[in-house]
Design a protein around this ligand. Structure first.
Ligand code: UDP
Ligand code: MG
Length: 345
């Protein structure tokens, strides 16, 4: 069997209103780019609406569509990982289900990949239509802070919308961590990576799966995954405080010798409040790292697949039997599921 030229992987959470349109536009874009040699892998990330029913329906009449149902909501990055583990194509397009990333750019991204001889073509958001000022502002702040903190170069204003080569994907899938900030991990693997500017469209329908709480957790995963700068913060503040302490000690001795001691509720409170705040902040930061260490140490599977409808690499896999893999296994076409766990009946 000759290798499949293209896989398109789409994580979906409560996207019932987008799926049919997504399917139509993806199919058209894929056919324009590679003819018949593609598969579309839709991953249902524990949606609470009819996303899975619609996916299964779509997969029934369509041999090129694989629908994967996770056992619960595992989060965007892990749902995406599940799809990436399962897909078999030589080139892989990652795209959101809400059509904010236009599928029609696929052909141009393929051409760019050929032209630049690149392993990754990542789409950079020039403009973001239909998003709140808060979302745009916080995203801007986030990407700038991250690129200052991170030990590697993570491209700014870049989401997960990207085209990757098989060897780049295999490198990505060999990274075992639970806290997956995929756009950072892709930057980490290296190879030749080319930017591809585009204008982000508004959501086709439905609402964002990233409320504020999830956004903050995502940002913390990014920072803790790619930088130890916050841990060094404590020693820097400590060093700064040494200078302040020296001045204070001199003042205290002077005040004592000249008989002006006692007084000073203000200065006392200032010291207590400042030190207390700094200490709690540093403790919280250490906690963020420690908590992630704890989660990694458990080595649980990244996700659990409940069922799959469709054909992986042309093979029907509904009710496929597979044993859970260790966290370091790389998915191949023989081991769909990779680091996830599939049902054994
Ligand atoms: N998503 C997911 N699981 C989640 C949240 C989101 O699979 O828990 C998917 C969602 O269906 C979409 C993509 O991740 O395809 C990006 O999410 P969304 O569009 O809601 O985020 P935004 O574009 O608003 O940042
Ligand atoms: Mg979106």
């Amino acid at each position: 069997m000759s290798p499949l030229p293209l896989s398109i992987v789409v994580p979906c959470y409560n996207e019932e209103a987008c799926l049919r349109e997504l399917h139509v536009r993806l199919t058209r874009a894929a056919a324009a780019a590679v003819g018949a040699g593609y598969e579309i892998v839709l991953v249902n990330d524990g949606s609470r609406d009819r996303t899975w029913e619609i996916m299964r329906e779509l997969a029934t009449g369509e041999p090129r569509l694989v629908a994967v149902n996770l056992s619960r909501n595992h989060g965007h990055q892990l749902a995406l990982t599940a799809g990436l583990d399962l897909c078999v194509g030589q080139r892989i397009l990652i795209i959101d289900a809400d059509l904010q990333d236009p599928p029609e750019l696929l052909s141009d991204m393929m051409a760019e990949m050929d032209k630049q001889q690149a392993d990754v073509v990542y789409a950079v958001r020039r403009a973001r239509a239909g998003e709140t000022a808060f979302k745009k502002g916080s995203a801007k702040l986030f990407y700038r802070t991250l690129s200052r903190l991170a030990d590697i170069d993570i491209p700014r204003d870049t989401g997960d919308f990207r085209l990757m080569s098989r060897r780049a994907l295999d490198a990505l899938l060999s990274l075992p961590e639970q806290a997956r900030f995929i756009r950072g991990l892709v930057a980490w693997i290296g190879f030749r990576q080319a930017p591809f500017p585009y204008d982000r469209a508004p959501r086709h329908a439905g609402e964002t799966g990233y409320p504020l709480g999830k956004m903050i957790r995502f940002a913390l995963d990014a920072v803790t995954g790619f930088s130890t700068a916050p841990l060094r913060f404590a020693s820097h503040v400590g060093l700064g405080l040494v200078g302040a302490t020296l001045v204070l000690v001199i003042y205290i001795v002077y005040a004592f010798l000249t008989g002006q001691a006692i007084q000073g509720w203000t200065s006392l409170m200032l010291v207590v409040v400042v030190l207390g705040t700094v200490q709690m902040f540093v403790l919280g930061m250490i906690g963020e790292y420690l908590g992630r260490l704890y989660i990694e140490a458990k080595r649980r599977p990244l996700y659990i697949v409940q069922e799959i409808a469709g054909r992986v690499g042309g093979e029907p896999v509904l009710g496929h039997v597979a044993t859970p893999q260790g966290a370091d296994a790389i998915a191949t076409s023989e081991t769909p599921g990779g680091r996830g766990s599939l049902p054994s009946a």
